[in-house]
Design a binder for this molecule. Sequence first.
Ligand SMILES: Cc1cc2nc3c(=O)[nH]c(=O)nc-3n(C[C@H](O)[C@H](O)[C@H](O)COP(=O)(O)OP(=O)(O)OC[C@H]3O[C@@H](n4cnc5c(N)ncnc54)[C@H](O)[C@@H]3O)c2cc1C
Length: 493
Amino acid sequence: MKKAIIIGAGIGGIALAIRLQTAGISTIILEQRDKPGGRAYVYKQDGFIFDAGPTVITDPNSIKLLFDLSKNRMENYVNLLPIKPFYRLYWGKEKFLNYEDNIKDLEKQIAKFNLNDIKGYRLFLNYSKKVFKEGYLSFASKSFLTINDMLFILPKLIKIKAWKSVYSIVSQFIKNDYLKQAFSFNSLFIGGNPFSTSSIYTLIHALEYEWGIWFPKGGVGALIKALIKLFQNLGGNLILNSQVISIYVNNNKVNKVHLKNGQIFDADIIVSNADIINTYRNLLGQYAFGKKKYMNLIKKKMSNSLFVIYFGLSEQYTHLAHHTIFFPSNYKKSIENIFGKNFSRDNLSIYLHSPSVTDLSLAPTGCSTFYALIPVPNLSNSSINWSEESIKLKNIVFMYLEQYCIPNLRKKLITQRIFTPNDFKDVLGSYLGSAFSFAPLLTQSAWFRPHNRDKNLTNLYFVGAGTHPGAGIPGVIASANITAEIIFNDINL
Ligand SMILES: Cc1cc2nc3c(=O)[nH]c(=O)nc-3n(C[C@H](O)[C@H](O)[C@H](O)COP(=O)(O)OP(=O)(O)OC[C@H]3O[C@@H](n4cnc5c(N)ncnc54)[C@H](O)[C@@H]3O)c2cc1C
């Protein structure tokens, strides 16, 4: 029986582990933290349950498929609840758009802003559906190990004008400034600047309307638990508190990993779900090729980071939507704030996650669980001292939320915790503290993204946000499917 080691229990690592174990490969996941999930970690604090990362679950079928592979039923492990509206978007206190869960109602919302844009919206939706068909249903399930793979899709990329940015494509169809923001912001969910990210990522809009937006009962942590339970029921082994510090190479093959606690595991197949740059720098840095690859990869552009405040309040708020986004008065400046050199506390975009609206079990009786997320620069912007900035930023965000949607927030505060770009670097081992690995630019996508298998070491593989197709839960599950196919092919399974 072949043996596989997966370094890291992020969603991509777990999804791949399920695929390998289902196929009869004896699989061990080694995770450095005390719980699985990676960015989808769970903090439990003073009776509140905080999902640390992803909250918007799209493409539920990609998750269900992981259960179907072994004829298990997802419903026996976890329930996904539909979210309605998908999002509520605010500009100031009064102006808002309910990003409804169906096109008919969404069009009514569009009409509030500009009746004439309904026609343009329909054209945008058609475009987005076309890109979804090519970009998600076709590119995102295909491996890009050779330049020929890229040449094959080139005509399709030209057809969808993939060199244009998300914002410029949206602006081609939609004229109202608020609506342009509403239909371009979601590239930020995968670390993409709407003004420079390839229009391929407009597919997110069609993907949301094709399969809906969901939230697991019990929180995203319940989904991670379900996936791990499935993996273990299949005979897989998850070992926590196990930081891998090096990968060994022998005769152009990887054959062992060395843990910080001194343990050594050997394997026929080694997959890194850890940050790719740090895999080459730290785990393979003892070899010249590891150092060289690291030096090449750091030339790429990393995605932004995030500043997240998790907080629990002693009241329930039924007027809120599950997902709310507060747009600043100057959208362009707020994006420059995240991706440019000069960070300022003005013009912040804030995403408020209010899971208690959907599931009361995430907070003590009568209370509510929240997180507020602000996209911020990654650590390549060294002018920000995050220990000082955190306090200032937190106060601004709390004051903003008090003014716009949660009066007396600070009086109701029971518990809070903060996650900064430094934590992305130190806790998750993320290069430059980026939240979504390499930025989703056209020049860093598909064949241009680090491949799912190393070029020279034929049994070293990658899975997760840093490899093709990229970040986001659907992205990392797709990367697991691709990496599994490459492995099966390599070992003639
Ligand atoms: C705050 C936030 C909100 C998000 N919201 C959404 C959303 O709503 N919807 C969506 O689809 N996506 C969202 N995303 C993106 C999505 O969560 C990620 O792209 C995805 O979860 C990344 O998964 P991954 O497989 O790349 O692994 P990661 O989550 O990056 O996990 C990697 C794991 O490897 C472990 N590791 C690293 N080094 C070592 C080592 N040396 N030894 C052992 N273990 C190691 C780490 O501890 C970690 O557990 C969000 C991300 C963040 C940060």
